[in-house]
Design a protein around this ligand. Structure first.
Ligand code: ASP
Length: 326
């Protein structure tokens, strides 16, 4: 009898654990969270929400956008680096992924080893804008006003690591003047205060500023790319107005925590490509002056190589400027 019990026990063990191991669940079988490291309503959030619906349709599950704000995008990135690598947490971030290692002395994650890469997403220019009633009507007047009223002018940004911060640093160093900076958890809330007149100037992506420039709710002084924007051909670049070499074009990438299985990453990449090839999305992005990268860049290797190049490009610039923090 004892023998029989042992035998039955061994058979049960073999049944449950060896021959009949539970097959892996088909992916995805529940909602996926797309983490955005800035506040709702801002430009990164705009892009995430634009992509979430078609990506969800193509994956057959809802893609929920979660805003994990603060510290120039590093709080969101750190949360994703520690999330379960199961495909249910993915991440949209911009070039702050490449500038953060030089900006933060104690970064809790490594962009090159703590993530899987899904693909590049979008390239977006920035514009230097001010509240509508700001007393300057072009870049030269803006610079003269700042120089004469240095302690009165305020510049909004989304904290060290944000592109609004980087653009502000470049602007301040090109005109050789320091301006009081007010950090927000994203340029969505910064823009609300700009429109409300609580802050004066902001450098932000066209994914947020374009509609407000077009309908006259903001004053605009220039674009941060070396080429003018097709959607605003009369708006000069900062470079052509005398800030020689001023160039910031904000690239975006999609990531997952390190260890996310390759077949899962492949499905997410396919959903991203499907979303970016949607005619409605392409038209909206054109209206916002944003460029979809070439197909070979919407790949894991395309993003990984670009990230490495950008870390090597911005690291020395940032270290030379001496603007790092803990
Ligand atoms: N534009 C912000 C930045 O400066 C990010 C955001 O709020 O989407 O990085």
């Amino acid at each position: 009898m004892k023998m029989l019990t042992k035998l039955l026990g061994a058979m049960l063990l073999a049944y449950c654990c060896v021959g009949y191991a539970k097959p892996p669940e088909p992916y995805p079988n529940k909602a996926i969270t797309l983490v955005v490291p800035f506040a709702a309503g801002g430009p990164t959030d705009v892009v995430a929400r634009m992509l979430a619906i078609p990506m969800g349709q193509s994956l057959g599950q809802t893609v929920l956008v979660e805003n994990v704000n603060g510290a120039g995008g590093t709080i969101g990135a750190s949360k994703v680096a520690r999330a379960a690598p199961n495909g249910y947490t993915i991440f949209l971030h911009h070039m702050g992924m490449a500038t953060a290692p030089a900006l933060y002395n104690k970064l809790s994650y490594d962009p090159l080893t703590d993530f899987e890469y899904i693909g590049q997403v979008l390239d977006v220019p920035m514009t230097l804008v001010a509240r509508k009633d700001f007393p300057a009507n072009n870049l030269q007047e803006l610079i003269a006003y700042i120089k004469a009223n240095q302690d009165k002018v305020s510049l909004a940004d989304a904290g060290l690591g944000a592109v609004s911060n980087l653009c502000g640093l470049l602007f301040k160093s090109s005109i050789g003047v320091s301006i009081t900076t007010i950090p927000y958890k994203g340029t969505g809330p910064a823009m609300n205060d700009l429109l409300g007149g609580q802050v004066d100037i902001l450098c932000d992506q066209t994914t947020q500023t374009m509609p407000m420039i077009k309908d006259g709710r903001l004053k605009v002084f220039g674009v941060t790319t070396l080429k003018r924007l097709a959607a605003l051909p009369n708006l000069p670049t900062l470079d052509e107005q005398g800030l020689k070499g001023f160039e910031v074009k904000v690239w975006h990438g999609m990531y997952a925590p390190k260890g996310t299985p390759a077949p899962v990453l492949k499905k997410i990449n396919t959903a991203l490509r499907v979303a970016l090839s949607d005619a409605g999305i392409q038209q909206r992005l054109t209206e916002l002056s944003s460029d979809i990268p070439a197909a070979n860049k919407i790949t894991a290797s395309g993003l990984q190589e670009h990230l490495k190049l950008e870390i090597n490009k911005w690291g020395p610039v940032i270290r030379k400027a001496g603007v790092s923090a803990d």
